[in-house]
Design a protein around this ligand. Structure first.
Ligand SMILES: *Cc1c(COP(=O)(O)O)cnc(C)c1O
Length: 376
């Protein structure tokens, strides 16, 4: 290096400590590496039914005005979301995916004088966002893996114990990714009652539409009761629009006002605005996706029982299987068979693989390949 300067050392200390997020392996990458086709990707919790047909039709029409900036306020989409979920549009903040909102929340409410809490095995973006802004990262021990009704799940007393005067934000995923574990209505409501009102609690509901558990909460219902609550949702999962990047946060209007100051003025592009609007009204696609996932989950639970595979309880569109041995070689062997799943070594779960629930045919292929690989 000619200047003699280490440009890594030049970064702010929180950023120096970051480990990059490891996304699911793209299909094209495996195609390039192995020279094979017909690859099955069940690694990023994408919708196996594709994209809402209503969204696709609307997107095609929107292609003729790409020279124009999008509506920076996202007025129509905010209005449509607010109507759909029974809130006022002043309570909605749009994001370039819900990850963008997590970033906006961290920049709005955290800095090096503050701390934030998330759970062990929680979604990997939370620690990245917390550390990137220089805040203190506090990780609350999860439930133990054995002799617990929700192994590896968020432990709310442990999270509460990490909250003190320095804490400004708590991130909770319900259900959580990559574990699939969830918090019931009573537990989460009780937690919100105990958290001081000057601590922002983010409840990330990226998979909420898939959940069929009767005591599963809809945190939107609590926004009036808890002005420190932010609920995030996304069009990436059940709506099948992960490639467009669009999600939203619902909060009290004062919080939304702050988030809207921090976000980039055109953080949601014009196609994403149009696609999300149309997808929001595609109840048929949503319903079909729920049914496909419920059937697929049943198929996976059957396969786990039949093969003696242990898994973490899940209500999402994925299942996390315990290989009972280092999962990396299993992951690699699956890749050679053209099946991409998600290794979780980066999450401190080196023996687990997270597998997205697919269509019946996709599940059958993945189950049979896993059987073969584990037997080899
Ligand atoms: C997939 C996922 C999201 C969605 O991220 P987007 O940026 O909206 O694509 C958010 N939270 C969790 C826990 C997820 O698993």
């Amino acid at each position: 290096m000619q200047s003699g300067i280490d440009y890594r050392q030049l970064a702010v200390s929180g950023v120096q400590a970051l480990q990059p997020y490891q996304p699911g392996k793209p299909i094209e990458e495996l195609e390039r590496e192995l020279g094979i086709s017909g690859i099955l990707k069940l690694a990023s919790n994408e919708n196996p039914l594709g994209t809402s047909p209503k969204a696709l039709a609307a997107l095609t029409q929107a292609l003729d005005s790409l020279e124009l900036y999008p509506d920076g306020s996202g007025y129509q989409l905010k209005e449509a979301i607010a109507r759909k979920i029974g809130l006022h549009d002043s309570q909605i903040t749009l994001g370039n995916g819900s990850n963008d909102l997590l970033d906006i929340i961290a920049r709005a409410y955290l800095d090096s004088s503050r701390a934030a809490v998330c759970a062990e095995y929680a979604f990997a973006i939370y620690p990245i966002e917390i550390q990137a802004v220089g805040a203190e990262l506090r990780i609350a021990k999860a439930n133990p893996p054995d002799h617990h009704s929700m192994p590896y799940g968020h432990n709310l007393p442990n999270i509460a114990a990490k909250i003190d005067d320095k804490t400004r934000v708590v991130f909770i995923a319900n259900p959580n990714n990559p574990t699939g574990t969830w918090l019931d209505r009573e537990a989460l409501h009780g937690f919100l009652q105990r958290v001081p009102a000057d601590v922002i609690v983010v409840v990330d509901e990226a998979y909420t539409e898939y959940v069929q558990q009767p005591d599963f909460p809809n945190a939107l219902e609590w926004l009036d009761e808890f002005p420190n609550l932010i609920v995030t949702r996304t069009f990436s999962k059940i709506y099948g629009l992960a490639g467009l990047r669009v999600g939203y946060a619902a909060s009290n209007p004062a919080v939304a006002d702050i988030l809207n100051r921090v976000r980039q003025p055109f953080n949601v592009n014009s196609l994403a605005l149009v696609g999300a609007m149309a997808a929001l009204e595609d109840d048929a696609f949503l319903q079909q996706s729920v049914l496909t996932n419920a059937a697929g989950l049943k198929q996976w639970l059957g396969a786990c029982a039949e093969n003696g595979w242990e898994y973490i309880p899940t209500v999402g569109n994925f299942i996390t299987v315990d290989c009972k041995r280092p999962a990396a070689p299993v992951y690699n062997a699956l890749l050679r068979e053209g099946v991409i799943v998600r290794p979780l070594g980066g999450y401190g779960l080196p023996q687990h693989l997270r597998i997205t629930i697919g269509t019946e045919a996709q599940n059958t292929r993945c189950i049979n390949t896993l059987k073969k690989v584990l037997a080899a």
